[in-house]
Design a protein around this ligand. Structure first.
Ligand SMILES: [Zn+2]
Length: 143
């Protein structure tokens, strides 16, 4: 059994440390997430793919309390076993990223808190491989 990224173009788990992939505009330095072929600021198309930082500040968040529509959602859609999860925007050094959060309890989430990239299992494919997606976890334990 192997661990497989939900999307190699978004989440690179090939190295020792998982990293999100984004784009950087060679003309003006603007970053995007996910990878884009054009720059949102200067409309240039000279973009390079870069590995984004793994730590940032929680900017805004909410809790997903019921299963999203499947497809495209690959996780558990059974309302009796579905576990709520947090969703938020994390301000990385380069760009703000929308992501799942490992923490779903509102009393443990606060705007401005430090977050770090984490992998969470999402599903198992027909070959028994574990499909993982990215999330952000509060860093340094409880606040
Ligand atoms: Zn640009």
């Amino acid at each position: 059994m192997a661990r497989i990224s939900i999307d190699d173009a978004v989440l690179d788990i090939s190295g020792g440390e998982p990293r999100l992939l984004g784009s950087r505009c060679r003309a003006c330095g603007t970053h995007t997430f996910p990878v884009q072929s054009g720059c949102v600021r200067c409309s240039g198309d000279d973009m390079e793919t870069v590995r984004l930082g793994t730590r940032g500040e929680l900017w805004a968040w909410t809790v997903q309390a019921f299963p999203p529509k499947a497809p495209p959602y690959l996780g558990d859609t059974d309302r009796s076993t579905f576990e709520p999860y947090g969703v938020g925007y994390v301000q990385l050094p380069e760009v703000r990223v929308e992501a799942r959060l490992t923490e779903a309890r509102p009393e443990h989430l606060k705007n401005g808190m430090e977050m770090e990239l984490a992998l969470v299992p999402l599903a198992t494919d027909d070959d028994g491989n574990e499909i993982v997606t990215f999330a952000f976890a509060p860093s340094g334990g409880a606040t």
